[in-house]
Design a protein around this ligand. Structure first.
Ligand SMILES: [Zn+2]
Length: 274
């Protein structure tokens, strides 16, 4: 009985001390925390999460999701910008501000402009080419950026030679070409084996690129069997930069940028796109 009352007194004292201590910690936190009181914080969090979808993953398919990117995906300079036959650049004379002559091998007979890509993607271009070389494939940029005027020259000559219907299958009107974004490369093997020909996809270099380009942020933009979706014939040499995360997701989902774009923009859901 005596021992019990001693225990009770000790427990009571401990409880008081814990209470004081935790009260003290709470008071200390209140003084030092820049956060508003709890109730307001909860309201703010709710408001923020409904306003900024930045924290929510975008579901491309049942099993493939990507983190949203910053910025306006429809801006001409966004790395997720969809450019195809129905989505021309907003500014048909658009020209990236940060074009840079490629630091990797490029066709010396091409104009400097066409041997350039955006400076911000150059590190990934360099790593892609270095990895290809390590695997035994010497690559070259056959065609990078093409401005409005240059594209106009090419397109007009193709139309004159092959007729518009044929030209439209492999070339683009100026303002409608992905090459004008500075995010695209037509890649050649240094020996020009199957250069700009579908057999490039059967070469060792072409196979390596199809398998690994996404690891460096590039997608094979016009795959075989997706001509109706992309509007272009199979082009195993044409690679478009979208960043490493989206490139990996598109590869995993077996999806083109044309299919993914409405989902990324929140105009279509993964379920609807199927
Ligand atoms: Zn191309």
């Amino acid at each position: 009985m005596k021992q019990n009352s001693k225990k009770c007194a000790a427990l009571l004292a401990a409880a008081v001390m814990i209470g004081l201590a935790s009260g003290g910690i709470i008071a200390y936190r209140k003084l030092n925390s820049p956060q508003p009181p709890n109730t307001q914080k909860t309201q703010n969090d709710t408001a923020n999460s409904s306003k900024s979808p930045a924290k929510k993953l975008i579901k491309l398919t049942d099993s493939v999701s990507v983190k949203p990117a910053a910025g306006d995906y429809t801006a001409d300079n966004h790395i997720w910008r969809l450019v195809n036959k129905t989505h021309p650049l907003k500014n048909s004379k658009y020209r990236p501000e940060n074009l840079q002559l490629a630091t990797v091998d490029s066709r010396p007979d091409k104009p400097e402009e066409e041997r350039s890509v955006r400076a911000d993607i150059m590190p990934d271009v360099e790593q892609l080419f270095a990895s290809a070389k390590a695997a035994g494939h010497d690559l070259q940029i056959g065609s990078g950026f093409r401005g409005y005027e240059l594209q106009n020259t090419y397109y007009s000559s193709y139309v004159n030679t092959y007729g518009q219907a044929a030209a439209d299958k492999f070339s683009s009107k100026p303002g409608y070409s992905e090459h004008q974004t500075g995010l695209v490369m037509d890649i050649a093997a240094a020996d020009h084996n199957c250069y700009l020909e579908t057999c490039f996809g059967e070469t060792a270099a072409g196979k390596w690129l199809a398998k690994h380009a996404h690891e460096y942020g590039f997608i094979l933009r016009y795959p075989k069997g997706k001509e109706r979706i992309t509007g272009y014939q199979y082009e195993p040499w044409h690679f478009r930069y979208v960043g490493r995360e989206l490139a990996a997701a598109l590869k995993q989902a077996d999806m083109t940028l044309d299919q993914a774009s409405p989902i990324l923009l929140g105009k279509s859901s993964a379920e609807k796109s199927r």
